[in-house]
Design a protein around this ligand. Structure first.
Ligand code: NAP
Length: 304
């Protein structure tokens, strides 16, 4: 029987980064050459409507991935967020094994900037996946993704209303716009071989939270003062905001990583892929905060 060929199949297309990547891929590749492997196909109805192949694929169910990865020339595996490094590695290993069985030419994997020995507590799942990729004998590219600027509002939390930004000690971080990252990954996915075995995809400028407080304060028109708290207090504050314990601990370990300087390096690779200057925090953050302020204002007006 004829295989249903797709130039690129990607996982995580209903997630934040994955949605941005599939949006960018659509600029460069006809929809009929793209496929997505998603846990909930009904959430990818808009992709199906434009002609992208949508199939259900769950990293915990290899049989579903066999169907979702069918005929793929290249596969992009978006790392999952499953708590526990061993569980996450097991899922990602499943996906790599299925990609190999499907005969894909090249596997791309979204990893992290930090290297083994980092304080970041989800790192081992990434590093084990990278190590496994290096043993399978297939062409692969490890995408060393920087930290998204789009996640800064989560860290700023209520400080944009109170002026009090209480966070653990940090260090400069080369924050990257998720849209730029997505465009860079899409451009790599369509680039002909030879492709790099790993590529650092960071933002162009490393800023710490004192500098981010300044940018956020100017954006919302109030002074935001950066204050140091312990990791334990940070975790308690995140729990009070409804964050799960694994996520709260992971975010706290991210601060240890920043404070150790593990996220400070900037790299020209992403700018080179895009052929234009990358977006800066000051270009992206004000709009994100304006949206939050306007939805909070709307809620306040709607309140009885
Ligand atoms: N660089 C950064 O700043 C940063 C920040 C946060 C996370 N990350 C890492 O980068 C990844 C992508 O980030 P993101 O913001 O796009 O995260 P996200 O929105 O949570 O997307 C993660 C994607 O993984 C999919 N997924 C989870 N478990 C799966 C499974 N068992 N089988 C198949 N798919 C599964 C999810 O599917 P559903 O859509 O069905 O939920 C989702 O689409 C994250 O998963 C995490 O590893 C990076």
């Amino acid at each position: 029987m004829q295989q249903d060929y797709r130039a690129i199949v990607m996982t995580g297309a209903t997630g934040a980064l994955g949605s941005d990547i599939i949006g960018q891929l659509r600029r460069f590749v006809p929809a009929a050459e793209l496929g997505v492997s998603v846990r909930a196909p009904e959430r990818a109805a808009a992709l199906k409507a434009v002609g992208i192949r949508v199939r259900r694929g769950d990293f915990t169910e290899p049989a579903s991935l066999e169907h979702a990865f069918e005929g793929a020339r290249r596969i992009l595996l978006i790392s999952t967020r499953t708590p526990g490094n061993a569980a996450r590695f097991a899922e990602q290993k499943n996906a790599i094994d299925v990609a190999m069985r499907c005969g894909v030419e090249h596997i791309f994997y979204t990893s992290i900037v930090q290297r083994p020995g980092t304080a970041f507590d989800v790192a081992a799942g990434h590093h084990d996946t990278e190590a496994y990729l290096s043993t399978i004998g297939a062409a692969h590219t490890v995408l060393r993704n920087g930290q998204y600027i789009e996640n800064l509002p989560m860290f700023l939390g209520p400080s944009i209303f109170t002026g009090d930004l209480a966070l653990p000690p940090d260090g400069p971080t080369a924050w990257v716009s998720r849209l730029d990252l997505a465009e860079g990954i899409a451009r790599l996915l369509i680039q002909e071989a030879p492709l790099p075995e790993n590529v650092p995809l960071t933002g162009p400028q490393a800023l710490d939270f004192a500098e981010i407080a300044g940018i956020a304060g100017r954006a919302v028109g109030r002074t935001i003062t950066r204050r140091i708290i312990s990791g334990d207090e940070f975790i308690a504050r995140l729990s009070a905001r409804g964050f799960s314990p694994p996520l709260a601990h992971s975010l706290a370990s991210g601060f240890l990583s920043r404070a150790a300087g593990e996220l400070a390096a900037t790299d020209p690779a992403l700018g080179g892929l895009l052929g234009r200057p990358l977006r800066l925090v000051v270009d992206v953050l004000p709009d994100l905060l304006a949206r939050i302020a306007s939805s909070a204002g709307g809620r306040a007006r709607a309140a009885p």
